[in-house]
Design a protein around this ligand. Structure first.
Ligand SMILES: *Cc1c(COP(=O)(O)O)cnc(C)c1O
Length: 460
């Protein structure tokens, strides 16, 4: 008798579909040229499968949509704010909530409150908007992630870990007074969605406590990180995602959140803190940048959808299917020999463009080039996470990140397993003709966060 494997499937079914436009190679060629070979500048209409980002692109549940109808659009004191506040306290365990229009709104306010000119902010790898707000507030970001995170070959299970020796050296060099907080992210985005372990986080907490340094949590993908802890860390195999999320947060003093990721909404974010003084200042500052402290740039219905989405995001069944789909895609790509970052992360597959296109130097943007080629092949939209995203230092020099990646980010609850097959096959086809692919030059560069709007031309 044949041994039948035990499959699993999504813990939801599809109630409404969105039709997609299919394009021809000639249409894609024109669209890519018009977009200056920057996938951010493509019209979404010209995209078949959109893996640009998992940010704000997830599918809401029928319950979240029902919640939208319960929006209390009062200027002040909306009941949806109080619902959200209660969920943030219950699920995440933080005391005080300031809603913001999205994650960077929270980063702006937090950076302005905690950072003084000349301060050092150590963190487990930079994130674009996070570091920019730290710098705009007068601080300097210092990377203290473990070396394995910069090595796409390393299969270390917790590549998001903080290197405590690096932190210790920074404290010795600058003094704890110059370090307002450690910027700790779960599921480190720029490292490929790699998790931090609970053990490392506990040790970080112990070290920072000794020096009176806060830990601020970028909790954008905390549930995905919790899943990896549950799967990989001893002592957590029988804990629920909700319990693990709660424990992670308990070792931190506050958090910034882009609810457009884990929390299954199309817009929204927040700042959450345990310290009344910071809360008081943030509550005052949010009025300047976002809106009154009971809406922070969001409609009541947005806050309701977020409150419900947070609850769904920490369900064990949900997160198993979410990360399971990402792992399915990664394993398919490996079958076609496509070089990807391992272990496979939580929110997408990161293809190693340096290995994929070893003949293209970093100054000719291998990851940017590869993202353009994938679109030309299949209409699948991905994005660059390499030298273009890294941008320039304050003195104008380019950052040259070790990792030169193309991110295939998977929206939550949006695409099917058949879509994953199409994506992997496209990456495999482009890989087969890689030797013929040439790099690009940048012909337009904006001043801030250049990856969003830069334009390129193909080298002849
Ligand atoms: C998306 C993201 C942010 C910024 O959030 P926005 O909602 O896009 O402003 C911050 N940190 C991480 C890790 C993110 O992925």
């Amino acid at each position: 008798m044949k041994n039948i494997k035990q499959s699993w499937a999504e813990p939801y079914k599809i109630k409404m579909v969105e039709l997609l436009k299919m394009t021809t190679p000639a249409q894609r060629k024109k669209a890519m040229q018009d977009a200056g070979y920057n996938t951010f500048l493509l019209k979404s209409e010209d995209v078949y499968i959109d893996l640009l980002t998992d940010s704000g692109t997830s599918a809401m549940s029928d319950r979240q949509w029902a919640g939208m109808m319960l929006g209390d659009e009062a200027y002040a004191g909306s009941r949806n704010f109080y619902h959200l506040e209660q969920v943030v306290q219950d699920v995440y365990g933080y005391k005080y909530l300031i809603p913001t229009h999205q994650g960077r709104g929270a980063e702006n306010i937090l950076s302005k409150i905690l950072i003084k000119k000349g301060d050092i902010i150590p963190g487990n790898m930079y994130f674009t908007t996070t570091r920019l707000h730290q710098e705009l507030a007068g601080g300097k970001f210092e990377d203290i992630i473990i070396d394995e995170a910069h090595d796409s070959e390393s299969e270390f299970p917790f590549k998001g870990n903080v290197d405590l020796d690096k932190l210790e050296r920074l404290i010795k060099k600058h003094g704890a007074a110059k370090i307002p907080y450690v910027s700790m992210a779960t599921s480190v985005n720029m490292a490929g969605g790699q998790p931090i372990s609970m053990k490392n986080l506990k040790a970080l907490r112990a070290m920072t406590k000794k020096h009176g340094i806060r830990v601020i949590h970028d909790m954008t993908r905390v549930a995905e990180n919790a899943y990896f802890i549950q799967q990989r860390e001893k002592g957590y195999e029988n804990k629920t995602i909700k319990e693990i999320v709660h424990e992670i947060n308990s070792y931190t003093d506050g958090a910034t959140m882009s609810a457009k990721k884990d929390a299954l909404v199309n817009i929204g974010g927040f700042l959450a803190v345990n310290d009344w003084d910071i809360f008081e200042e943030a509550r005052n500052m949010v009025v300047v940048y976002e809106g009154l402290h009971t809406y922070g740039g969001l409609a009541g219905r947005d806050m309701e959808a977020m409150a419900i989405g947070i609850g769904e995001s920490v369900s064990d069944e949900h997160i198993k299917a979410r990360v399971g789909q990402v792992i399915y895609l990664g394993e398919k790509m490996l079958e076609y020999d496509v070089p990807i970052v391992k272990p496979i992360g939580g929110h997408g597959i990161f293809v190693d463009a340096k290995k994929f296109l070893p003949h293209i130097p970093q100054d000719n943007y291998p990851a940017q080039t590869l993202a353009a080629e994938i679109y030309l092949d299949s209409g699948v939209r991905t994005m660059e996470r390499g030298v273009v995203s890294a941008g320039r230092k304050a003195n104008g020099e380019n950052y040259y990140p070790k990792l030169e990646l193309v991110r295939f980010t998977i929206p939550r609850r949006v695409y099917t397993q058949a879509h994953m097959d199409v994506i992997a096959e496209s990456a495999g086809r482009v890989y087969q003709r890689r030797a013929k692919i040439k790099g690009m030059k940048m012909v337009y560069e904006p001043k801030y966060l250049r990856f969003f709007q830069a334009q390129f031309e193909k080298l002849k």
